[in-house]
Design a protein around this ligand. Structure first.
Ligand code: NAP
Length: 310
């Protein structure tokens, strides 16, 4: 629970972007509340190993999340649980943030840093077997599949990177790619192609996830080139088919684009004064820890200037 209901800044979401904005704003002596629907760290908590964040040759996602949290709260920023349901613009100077726990926080400025969540495949069996063989988090669930065959669906950085992590545990990782090529960075592709436990099958979509009474037993597939249907056995299915923005609760503000990503200028301002957005939730050409942190630092400083101008 937060200590009070009035803050200079409420940051919604405690991933790398939100934590950095909170750090910059609180270091500028603003009162800051960070709200998150879960544990701080955002998608860092679902990431096994990070090798492309400057300053760390290699670090585990949850470990980086903890270090960022310790840094972001050292100047007095508070952190509280709460799923934000709505933002209301009261007048020129204040906005109210509502949560599902019936809390209301009044702030001079708001930084939206809610990020994105993994897209679902939307095929039969996916919801039914979620947690019984269907997973979206290798670092959370990979250990359940030691020495067993797994399928990864997707062809981007996440599918290949998390597939590599799973290959350390599973007997085999088969990556099903719907098109004829991978989208992942060349370095990850090279590493995966060299890994004996990883196999790629292209032009193949999953049409259904099948199982018995207890758990997943495999997937039904469709070859997008030959039109052939097939079936593949596996004990676990890890789905990495991209992300969708977490912005449903902000739709009425009119600050998102057609796909739901928040539009900002290069100072992280949305079209509503006093409402900023940072990180993956933004309409941006690159979604990385480094870009989220960069956005957060700009927003933290811009929020200070905005509040001075009120
Ligand atoms: P992504 O880059 O959007 O890739 C999504 C992949 O899933 C694509 O291969 C796409 O195929 C496929 N896909 C989409 N819908 C599908 C469906 N219904 N059935 C089967 N396949 C489907 O997503 P991501 O890999 O999760 O990455 C998200 C962002 O995070 C990216 O910006 C990425 O660079 C970043 N990221 C970076 C790192 C890193 O730097 N180490 C690690 C993880 C993620 P098509 O290619 O045919 O569209």
């Amino acid at each position: 629970m937060a200590n009070k209901d009035h803050y200079d800044v409420v940051v919604i979401g405690a991933g790398p972007g939100g934590m950095t904005a909170a750090m910059y704003a609180s270091r500028a002596n603003l009162s800051v509340l960070m709200l998150d629907r879960g544990i701080y760290g955002g998608n860092l908590n679902n990431t096994a190993t990070i090798e492309n964040y400057t300053g760390f040759k290699s670090i585990k996602g949850p470990e980086l999340a903890q270090q960022m949290f310790d840094g972001s709260t050292q100047f007095g920023a508070e952190y509280a649980y709460g799923t934000v349901t709505k933002i209301e613009v009261n007048d020129d100077k204040t906005r109210t943030v509502f949560t599902d726990m019936d809390d209301q926080f009044i702030a001079k400025a708001i930084v939206i840093a809610t990020g994105s969540e993994q897209r679902h495949l939307d095929v039969p069996g996916e919801d039914e077997f979620s947690g019984r063989g269907v997973s979206y988090c290798a670092v959370c669930d990979g250990a359940f599949f030691r020495d067993r065959p797994l399928i990864v669906v997707g062809g981007g950085d996440s599918a290949v990177e998390e597939g590599l992590y799973l290959a350390n545990l599973a007997s085999q990782v088969t990556v099903l790619v719907r098109g004829d090529k991978l989208r992942a960075q060349p370095l990850l592709q090279d590493e995966a192609m060299k890994n004996d436990k990883m196999k790629f099958i292209f032009n193949t979509s999953v049409t259904e996830i099948v199982g018995d009474d207890a758990k997943v037993t495999g997937v039904k597939t469709h070859n997008n080139k030959t039109g052939e249907d097939g079936e593949m056995p596996a004990d676990g299915i890890f789905i990495y088919v991209g992300n969708v923005p977490m912005t449903k609760q902000f739709a009425s503000l009119g600050i998102t684009n057609g796909d739901g990503w928040i539009k900002t200028d290069n100072t992280m301002k949305t079209k509503i004064s006093g409402i900023f957005a940072v990180g993956d939730v933004r309409e941006t050409p690159l979604r990385q820890i480094a870009t989220a942190v960069g956005d957060g630092s700009i927003a933290g400083q811009q929020v200070y200037q905005y509040i001075q101008s009120l």
